[in-house]
Design a protein around this ligand. Sequence first.
Ligand code: CP3
Length: 350
Amino acid sequence: MPSATDTIGTMTGRARLLAAARREAVDVTPVWYMRQAGRCLPEYRELRARCPFMEVARTPELAVEATLMPVERFGVDGAVLFADIMLPLDGMGVPFRIEPKVGPVIDSPIRTRADVERIVIADAEEATGYVMDALRLLRRELGDRAASLGFSGAPFTLACYLIEGHGSREYPRAKALMYGDPETWHLLMEKLTEVVTRYLTAQIAAGADAIQLFDSWLGLLGTEAYAEFVQPYTARIFASLRGLAPTIHFSTGTVHLLDQIAATGPDLVSVDWRLPLDEAWSRLAEGQGIQGNLDPTLLMGGWDVTRRAADDILRRAGGRAGHLFNLGHGILPETDPDVLTELTRHVHGE
Ligand code: CP3
């Protein structure tokens, strides 16, 4: 039986993913999974039993080791760097930690205008050189097996964590500052936009083939708040990166914002499972690509359920250029890795 990494079709994984991201023809649909580099893999848990999260992230050899695990096991066409959305905070002078099963924690959150004024906008290579070193090493180790994918948290989602201090269902303090002190909010978004732009530009220079902007908590905003407090900053980031590498916008729970998100100008929009793929795609801009859509909880229903849902997505994509197969959100930790290997092979038509 061929292994998951045997060559399929006529293109390399890297060429396949990048062609789809440019809305060019592909041999078979490219695949990668959000949060593929951690969570459900026993080999990742073994690595984490030896090293804390930030040690893995800050040691390029270890970050690349974790990044390659899903490429080898699942045969995916994209290798998302082992990192976290919070890492651009490293140069900002706001200490944070990543707690297992909890997520990002900031002991002294941003609450006042003076706090925002103190935020440092550093050089990305100086502040987060370890991310760039990992991307340089990854590019060498990966060859053309898969495209290397860099990423960052988006200004809104980073602001949610910075103000709240930790994960939350509603981010009430962050939204209260946004509505109650718009000047301070806009200053914070200005600074975060500059930090994220520098961070992603440096990632592309270090060898990231494409980049994804994670705006995980965007679904908390209505259409008017999005237009006033977030959309212009997101648009500025994509405008700065245009022509450097393909860009993907990620969010969930944002059916009501899809046309506004599309208008910020990413090459592809990642969508969740709340709309069928073809319907979501019809709401995007002319010529824009799409990724995502498969509900990650479906994978826990076993292979037959997963295969039917995957076939429905592929049928709705109809072989159109600009489709990256992915889940609508990250892999859940309880997922059976064998279902992901099977799914990749199935989408590749093996
Ligand atoms: O897993 C991968 O593919 C590696 C890259 C990656 C991580 N985080 C590593 C990680 C990516 C792409 C992320 C994105 C991320 N991180 C998001 C956006 C995606 C989403 O889910 O909406 C968000 C919101 C975070 C913040 C974060 N980091 C949370 C909420 C948590 C804790 C819960 C969890 O997922 O375990 C983290 C920690 C984290 N980031 C882990 C990993 C592998 C687990 C930490 C560990 O191993 O102890």
